[in-house]
Design a protein around this ligand. Sequence first.
Ligand SMILES: Nc1nc2c(ncn2[C@@H]2O[C@H](COP(=O)(O)OP(=O)(O)OP(=O)(O)O)[C@@H](O)[C@H]2O)c(=O)[nH]1
Ligand SMILES: [Mg+2]
Length: 199
Amino acid sequence: MGKTFRVVVCGTKECGKTSIIERAIYNKAGPFPSTVEDIYVANVENDRGLEEQIRIYDTAGIDPKSLSLKEDLPRHLFPHADGYILVFSLDDEASFQVVDVIRKEVELHHKENPKKDLVLVVVGNKKDLTQQRQVETVQALNWAAREKVKYFEVSASERSSLFEPFVYLSSKLSPPHGKSSFTQLTMGRSSKQHSKGSE
Ligand SMILES: Nc1nc2c(ncn2[C@@H]2O[C@H](COP(=O)(O)OP(=O)(O)OP(=O)(O)O)[C@@H](O)[C@H]2O)c(=O)[nH]1
Ligand SMILES: [Mg+2]
């Protein structure tokens, strides 16, 4: 067993963070209670036969209208994070703007605490909502190129669309060339901390 990597998932409220994680791991569809903070564990066997363990931190959604947006970020997790998945919803321009704010804050944190390389992917979710789209692919891609981040468009309702970002992430987390195979994943939720709503 190699090192355990910690990956923080964040974005605005209801952009689909939990849906992406639950669909990728369990092929499970929502609705899910609004998240406070949950931890999932994924054991990833890479192409070198090593099992990488990834702890995925699902976080509370951020309100784009919040006056204290920067303070609402899950900063308590930043010092422990090896990687980030920043999620926005393609039918919500405001959620895209928030991802830009989060990315800048994450980068700032890691510049001030340069312990390790920053691995960060940005995911535009709900690509199935073609009629309601507010963020065009080219717009997001141009932004991603400018900011030098990796960008994926997915839909939590289409499980196969979720593999690429996770495989990319785990490959970056486990150098030199840890090409991970999602088909060989065994994953499970390790613990649920505080969640609103009933289960
Ligand atoms: N059409 C569509 N709906 C989605 C998709 N992903 C999530 N949803 C819906 O979006 C809503 C919010 O999904 P969640 O996964 O709970 O979003 P979240 O970001 O975890 O929300 P918070 O925990 O409250 O921040 C639910 O009604 C989901 O069914 C998607 O890819 N396509
Ligand atoms: Mg959630």
